[in-house]
Design a binder for this molecule. Structure first.
Ligand code: GTP
Ligand code: ZN
Length: 355
């Protein structure tokens, strides 16, 4: 693998030369992390890498560990297919979530993205306020945003919607795309030149995977199915979160990047399901689960057709997803807190020892 194909350029080469010129270290780009083992693309092909003890010891938080997209400094053992990571080169851009709670930590979900495609479907989920929010996230990351209005084949007032987007996204390129009819896809290729990294941001179901397959030319992503069990399809041995496109360009697609969508659109969730929230208020029981309680306004509305069954199913699905993510986040925070104290205790013990 040529480093330039992987996105190597002077932004990374300069700090590397500056700090590591006299060493035998080389570099690689993180394609996947799983249980503290990193799959790293390098000139020697793909290597399985672990963090050096010293680097781990000096790490204070999550941001000090490699994330998908990072360029890492490694000592490579190509004959074994292995490597040790010693440092992370400065990040050109990063997508992260600030995790609030007892420990304020940054969880990095993708780094060194040049262009981020903000994908929004031109169907009834179309929402300019959501686009505004995505734009903020993009600006914050340091990547250049490009707005993709997908599923154009489902829309009869494209012009009007484009104008609405233009008014909130001054100076940002806007592309109208239909992956189904192969409209507008080729216009996206210039963003994907050799060594350029892109990521996709957009709600579930807007057609990100379908677009990735179009751009790649092969079915590299599952589409259309509801991924209840996210771990299955996405962590198989062949699965990588840094995808090299045959015609040049690198695509980043991490579960974290997909979660970002849901997390950051927390209050728009209630906004978009206002009708259901309002219905639920007129259920007889305050804590009605809308399952089998008597006088349930939601079931009533489903029965007489005032509430669309598909819309209700989607609402339930998204709520489950949000609850699942919140639970996962909780566990993660507890673990992080434990780790932190373990480290503090260890260093205190060491200090005592020295005295
Ligand atoms: N009509 C129409 N349907 C599309 C288009 N692109 C994708 N779809 C359909 O929309 C559904 C969702 O597409 P995906 O590509 O899986 O959406 P996604 O954004 O990857 O969804 P998640 O993986 O849940 O984040 C599938 O049934 C696709 O066939 C399009 O251009 N037009
Ligand atoms: Zn109810």
């Amino acid at each position: 693998m040529k480093l330039e194909t992987l996105g190597w350029n002077s932004f990374f080469a300069e700090p590397f030369a500056h700090q590591f010129a006299d060493t035998a270290y080389t570099v690689g780009r993180v394609a996947l992390e799983h249980k503290h083992i990193y799959r790293v693309y390098s000139e020697h092909g793909e290597l399985l890498a672990e963090i050096a003890g010293k680097m781990r010891h000096n790490a204070l938080g999550r941001e000090d560990y490699p994330a998908v997209g990072d360029w890492v400094v490694v000592s490579a053992r190509p004959e074994e297919g292995k490597a040790t990571v010693h440092a992370i080169l400065p990040r050109k851009s990063k997508f992260s979530r600030k995790v609030a709670g007892t420990v304020t930590e940054e969880q990095i979900v993708a780094t060194n993205v040049d262009t981020v495609f903000l994908v929004n479907a031109l169907n009834r989920d179309f929402n300019v306020r959501k686009i505004e929010r995505y734009l903020l996230m993009a600006w914050e990351s340091g990547a250049n945003p490009v707005i993709i209005l997908s599923k154009a084949d489902l829309c009869d007032d494209v012009e009007e919607k484009v104008r609405a987007v233009e008014s909130v996204a001054i100076g940002v390129p806007i592309h109208v795309v239909s992956s189904l009819d192969n409209i507008g896809v080729d216009e996206l290729r210039p963003y994907l030149g050799e060594g350029r990294t892109i990521a996709l941001l957009g709600s579930s179901g807007v057609g990100k995977s379908t677009l990735i397959n179009r751009l790649h030319g092969h079915e590299v992503m599952d589409t259309g199915s509801i991924r209840e069990d996210d771990d299955r399809g996405r962590h198989t041995t062949t699965h990588r979160e840094l995808i090299l496109l045959p015609a040049g360009g690198i695509l980043i697609d991490t579960p974290g990047m997909r979660e970002l969508q849901l997390w950051e659109t927390g209050d728009s969730f209630e906004e978009s399901f206002k009708d259901i929230e309002e219905l639920a208020e007129s259920c007889y029981y305050r804590d009605c689960t809308h399952a089998k309680e008597p006088d349930c306004a939601v079931r009533g509305a489903l029965a007489d057709g005032t509430l669309d069954q598909g819309r209700w199913n989607n609402y339930v699905k998204l709520q489950k997803e949000a609850a699942y993510l919140a639970r996962k986040e909780d566990q993660r925070l507890q673990l992080a807190e434990k780790e932190k104290w373990k480290k503090i205790n260890q260093s205190q013990r060491k200090m005592k020892h020295r005295k």
